[in-house]
Design a protein. Structure first.
Length: 95
């Protein structure tokens, strides 16, 4: 795992982006989080996106990492679909 991923304080990051409720609303608006069946919420989805980008994980490794931490339980193919669906939302958050 990269140093940049370990150095992130997720609570502080979510706070800087607004409240958890605002993240949920923006994720739903962007179509990134239509159902929370496999992912706990928008903050967890954002963490998965950052872990994929900063951690340099393969999709299979990311799925195992997420399951181990209780963030999400899904296959690597499902993870790819979630990440693709989140692209516009993450772009909105960082702009």
């Amino acid at each position: 795992m990269s140093d940049s991923l370990q150095a992130l304080d997720w609570g502080e990051l979510v706070e800087r982006l607004g409240s958890a409720e605002e993240l949920e609303a923006s994720a739903r608006e962007a179509g990134a989080l239509l159902r929370k069946r496999q992912v706990g919420g928008a903050a967890d989805l954002l963490r998965l996106c950052f872990a994929y980008v900063l951690g340099g994980f393969s999709l299979r490794t990311l799925a195992a990492w997420a399951d181990q931490r209780g963030l999400a339980s899904m296959s690597d193919v499902a993870m790819l679909k979630r990440l693709k669906a989140s692209a516009d939302w993450v772009g909105y958050l960082v702009s």
